[in-house]
Design a protein around this ligand. Structure first.
Ligand code: ZN
Length: 186
């Protein structure tokens, strides 16, 4: 059955893979840096991503997604496991041209990341008991051609650290989704 989600927020970590930061000439952060995508950007499996007329350069960012199952704030790294409900995969679709313009102007990226259908996900979710996020290959093929490939070993910040640090800022609610950064090849 299809995975259904009703998050209050989608939290996306930036530059969590060194090779991706390099390909965009972005500095590597020393602390978890993140932005939000609106829940309205979610698109269920086999849906169609709508490319807005205003977008000239649409990038795919394949990412391991973590679904939160239990409310929490100031979650200690050792307790993060109690708050994780499942893992799935998500595409953080990004209008790179709009993002570039926003970056240059020092403005938010919300538009570049937030259009409807810019977060296709699923179809399956794996509970933590069945899935260890370490040492996992993550890749994306477009029409049979390999575009992105990486390994979760290469994440700069662990799942535990990501969730703990973000929870210092905002309360995490059941259904909330974390996008944990993308490997190179966008
Ligand atoms: Zn991303």
């Amino acid at each position: 059955s299809d995975l259904l989600m009703a998050p209050t927020k989608i939290v996306c970590v930036l530059r969590n893979y060194l090779e991706h930061a390099k390909e965009l000439n972005s500095p590597v952060p020393d602390k978890v840096k993140f932005f939000l995508k609106p829940p309205s950007s979610l698109l269920a499996n086999r849906g169609t991503v709508i490319i807005p007329d205003s977008v000239e350069s649409l990038h795919h960012e394949v990412e391991l997604a973590v679904l939160i199952g239990k409310r929490g704030r100031f979650i200690d790294v050792d307790n993060v496991k109690d708050h994780v409900m499942a893992y799935t995969v998500i595409l953080d679709m990004t209008a790179r041209d709009l993002q570039g313009k926003a970056k240059k102007a020092g403005l938010p990226w919300t538009e570049a990341k937030g259009y409807d259908t810019f977060a296709p996900f699923g179809p399956r979710a794996y509970p933590p008991g069945e899935f260890d996020w370490h040492h996992k290959r993550i890749w994306l093929d477009v029409n049979g051609e390999r575009r992105q490939e990486g390994n979760t070993n290469d994440m700069l910040f662990s799942i535990e650290r990501i969730i703990s640090e973000v929870s210092e800022v905002m309360t995490l609610e059941p259904g909330d989704i974390f996008c944990t950064g993308t490997p190179p090849g966008v």
